[in-house]
Each structure stands twice: as C-alpha cells, then as structure tokens.
Write a protein that binds this ligand. Structure first.
Ligand SMILES: C[S@@+](CC[C@H](N)C(=O)[O-])C[C@H]1O[C@@H](n2cnc3c(N)ncnc32)[C@H](O)[C@@H]1O
Length: 333
C-alpha cells in the first residue's frame, strides 16, 4: 500500500489513507479487504470531478499544528481542548470556515465552536441508549458525512470505526477535525456502491439519512446485509411519513427543496421491507418531527435550511408535502 495502482500522479490525501488503512490491515476480519479498499479509495481520489477539492485540500494542509491537551467524544460537541493564542484561534477559525458548509456537528476545536446546521447530538441522544456496548466491536457507518457519529462512538473504544461517504467536502471536514481529535476513525470517500459488495465483518452497520436518497430501496437493504457479521445489528435512520404498511411517499418533484429524494416510507412499510429482506427483530426505536432547534441556518452553514423549506405555518414543506419526520429502526441478522 505505497502508491495508487491506477494513476501516475499520486492524489491528495493518500498519506492519510495509507495510514488509516495500514492500521486496519492487522484486523483479523477486515485485513483481507484492505488492499481492495485502498485501490478503490485511490481510484476515487484520482478520478473525482470535484473542482473545489484542491482548494479544500489546501485549507486542510494549512491547518496549524496545535497542542492538544485532551479530547471529549462524550459531549454534544466533539471537543478538543488545548491552550492556543487568539491569533492561532483566528487562523484555525479561518481554515475551518474555508470548509463551509458544516452540515453535521457541532465540534469545538480549541474554543472555535463549529455550530453546524444540524444539532447532530439530538439524533445521537435518540439513538445512543439503544446501541449495544461497542467496546472492541467493528462499526461501519454508510453515508457518515463528516464522521460526527463515528467520533461520538469513539468514546466507547470500538476496535474499528469505518465510514464511507462519496462527498469529498464532508471527507475533508472529517480529516480537519481528526487532525486534532485523533478518534482513530477512517472515512473513505466512497459511496456504498463503491465498497466491496460483501464484507460480512461488522457488528454494527449504520445507514442514517441515506435510504430516501436511494433509487432502489430493496437493493440498499440487501446491500447493507452484506456488511453485517452473523448476529450483527443494523441501524437504519430515514425520513418517514405517517401511515400504515401500505403507505410510502414518492415525491413527484423536490421534497423540502431536495432534488434527490426518491421514496419516503412509513415506519410500518419499512418494517415490512426489512422483514421481507431477511432482517429479524425489527423495531422502531424513535420517531420524531424535525424541529427548527435541530436543523437551522448558522454562520457555519449559511444556505437555506429547515425554516426556509417549510410553509409559513410550519405544517407542510414548501411543496405542500408532510413536514420532515424521521425514524430510527433497529434490525438484526
Ligand atoms: C442526509 S446526510 C446524512 C449524514 C449522516 N449519516 C447523518 O445521519 O447525519 C446523507 C449522506 O449520505 C451520503 N450519501 C448519499 N448517497 C450515498 C451512497 N450511495 N452511499 C453512501 N453515502 C451516500 C451523502 O453524501 C451525505 O453525506
């Protein structure tokens, strides 16, 4: 794992992936997948079409070396503590702001508070009491964004925290935080379809906020099954609509201004589909309406957010569809 096999010029971020995948090589179950994961990561980094990537990479490279005193993964904001000067704080703030928009978080790095669009700790609070003990376990987070939840799980010292997300911006945010947080997690810049089709080694697989973006919901669930070790648990979190086992919403156009929403199930519909695709012990852990407290505009995410996606009375989306509500479902193999 020294260089990318399919490209002459070695892509940015290679060193980070060499390091995190090298650690995984020693894992008895995951080790055999590492050369393949490395080749796929190289390919993605070498062939991406994201014009802003060099700019984000430059911001990351220019992040200052700072003295870390301690790190907290068990607080609502993933927190890195250490004394730095006002000038260092200003520099750090500027570099992090270059990675705008911060959708997931918050993070507090040396007193620079990244107030992300989503108060992700609220979802974490709904989920965490239901998770098994993760000590020594292997976790895969599909669509992990900038790795906020992987870092929250780092508090429990799992054996492996692997994430996959095709977004190069959230990936750079992950590495920016990880430079100081040292959670040991690894976020691969890969969509689920770009991972090996079968890696049945994970004790916990999360797919949060991905299901409704997929054109093929059955394929998504069958794909997730291929990552679970025998007895492993799936956490599936998604937008849902109210209704019975016959109900799901296929938005004709956008949903809450999002272009890429294909299918929003009811909980009963989704439970049915999980059981039909071979999962057991399927249960809904939480169902909540998304509030303006959880998703809103901030200086770290200056684009439109939930308040602009809803009609004035807050009862429906601007398209006249049911306002966002989300469910967390647990299922086992
Ligand atoms: C709504 S965000 C959810 C982020 C995080 N999981 C959470 O719950 O806050 C959806 C994420 O899924 C990622 N995503 C979209 N399609 C994906 C795919 N096919 N495989 C993996 N991730 C995907 C997006 O890049 C985005 O970061």
């Amino acid at each position: 794992m020294t260089e990318c096999p399919d490209t002459e010029q070695q892509p940015p971020m290679l060193a980070e992936y060499q390091a995190c995948l090298a650690k995984m090589q020693h894992d008895a179950a995951v080790g055999r997948f590492v050369p393949d994961l490395f080749a796929r990561t190289c390919h993605r980094l070498a062939t991406h079409r994201q014009g802003d990537f060099p700019r984000w990479f430059a911001s990351y490279q220019n992040m200052p070396e700072l003295p870390v005193q301690s790190v907290r993964f068990d607080t609502p904001a993933v927190t890195v503590l250490g004394h730095i000067s006002p000038q260092q704080q200003k520099d750090l703030h500027a570099r992090l702001m270059e990675l705008h928009p911060w959708r997931k978080g918050p993070f507090d790095l040396f007193g620079v508070f990244i107030d992300s669009e989503w108060q992700s700790w609220m979802k974490w609070q709904r989920l965490a009491p239901h998770l098994p003990d993760l000590t020594g376990r292997r976790v895969l987070d599909i669509g992990c964004g900038n790795g906020y939840y992987l870092m929250r799980m780092a508090a429990q010292k799992p054996a492996l925290l692997l994430g996959a997300d095709p977004g190069l911006m959230p990936m750079m945010q992950f590495w920016a935080v990880e430079k100081y947080a040292r959670s040991g997690a690894c976020v691969l810049p890969l969509a689920m379809e770009e991972l090996p089709a079968s890696m049945p080694v994970f004790d916990l697989v999360l797919s949060m906020g991905v299901f409704y973006h997929r054109k093929d919901p059955v394929g998504h669930l069958l794909g997730l099954k291929q990552y679970l070790a025998p007895g492993g648990r799936l956490i599936l979190e998604t937008l849902v609509v109210e209704g019975d086992a016959m109900t799901c919403l296929l938005p004709a156009g956008r949903y809450a201004q999002m272009r890429n929403v294909w299918l929003i199930p009811s909980v009963a519909w989704l439970v049915n589909l999980l059981e039909k695709t071979g999962f057991r012990q399927v249960r809904c852990l939480d169902e909540s309406v998304t509030t303006f407290a959880e998703q809103r505009q901030t200086p770290w995410m200056r684009f439109h957010s939930l308040p602009q996606f809803l009609q004035a009375d807050g009862q429906a989306t601007v398209e006249g569809l049911p306002r966002p509500r989300r469910a967390i479902i647990s299922a086992s193999l």
